[in-house]
Design a protein around this ligand. Sequence first.
Ligand code: FCB
Length: 448
Amino acid sequence: MTTTSEKVYRFPEGFIWGAATASYQIEGAWNEDGKGESIWDRFSHTPGKINNGDTGDVACDHYHRWPEDVALMQELGLKAYRFSISWPRILPAGRGQVNQAGLDFYSRLVDRLLEVGITPFVTLYHWDLPQALMDEGGWPNRATVEAYVEYTDVVTRHLGDRVKHWITHNEPWVVAFIGHQLGDHAPGWQDSAAAVRVSHHLLVSHGMAVPVIRQNSAGAEVGITLNLTFAQPATDTPKDYHTARWIDGHINRWFLDPLFGRRYPADMVADYIDKGFIPNGEMDYVLPGDFDIITAPTDFLGVNYYTRALAGTPKNGETLERTEMGWEVYPEGLYRLLNRLHFDYMPAKIYITENGASYSDGPDADGRVRDTRRQAYLRQHFMAAHRAMQNGVPLAGYFVWSLLDNFEWARGYAQRFGLIWVDYNTQQRIIKDSGWWYKEVIARNEVR
Ligand code: FCB
């Protein structure tokens, strides 16, 4: 029953509601049909790296079950589906020999999506680097940039006639720093100097890929997806302000500034030198012309937002609401972040390419999944996004992470982000209550 006092948040006509996944997290079939090994295959097969010893060997078996998964997307009424391409499925050795079976898999998926009216948004790199390239030095090695451009050329020549939304990279900060400094993700390095070098190579590879995509995919929209946060001092102290500035510089500005023509932020270069991230103050891997490459004009900025970064400890000892990832539920941070991006950087267009919550609620005795906390999380974040749009923020779409429960990287299968429940023993899928609710949001194009 709708009451007259109920507030309705209407989204603009044509707003793109979607859901997102990534190849390694859902596909499985890790060594089938000519696919090469990726750094995530190698990493997850290394004892002690992943919670519970989980691997992506089978995951959601999406490689075989994709028709059923597209049918579920139709049931939800998705306007768009964001997925990523496994580089070693296309180029098993990272460059050179093309694996036609890999291209055919994605080609069939794209055709089916288009047939049923779901717009494909394709991420070229969502972390599964071919192991063969890692063996030659991986992202710290500039040669990987050239290989990425070759891979991008192969994929976009093949799918560019039908795919018109391309995302070059997913979360370069995570690749650089979680993968190469903290070591919690593949390839598991703990080398801060390498991490900064990787961040630069990822940005250059993005900039080099943009014109290649445009060449191969007439009229396409091209962008990059960053994991961005709202950094906030917990108290009014110089220490918390300093920390918040540092987090903002490290996670947000280190990538936004060069992409938007400002080169690396001077305060962060100084801090990185102090911390030993830039040994001897030398960035000899920054070649002449790199900043012009990195600022290649794009059509949109992809924003992944999950939580704020609170610098310091709140004074009043308030307990913060958290999801099972331990991430604070803070929708106001999305509002603040979107306003700030519009105010400071003015991207032509923004898509929220990921937002969602981990709660492990499973089927009740009647088979229904009552994940009310996920629904509440999404509702609050949709409302925050809507509020930002009233300020002129050019938000054009919103992708929920994730379509399905899946392999949550180092956390394995214990963390569930899906709108759809997956039973990993039987591969049965059940649309959760949040999924049914999302279906209604999409159908009405409004949140209540
Ligand atoms: C993001 C990743 C995505 C997923 C979510 C929870 O950092 O892009 O693959 O794991 O976090």
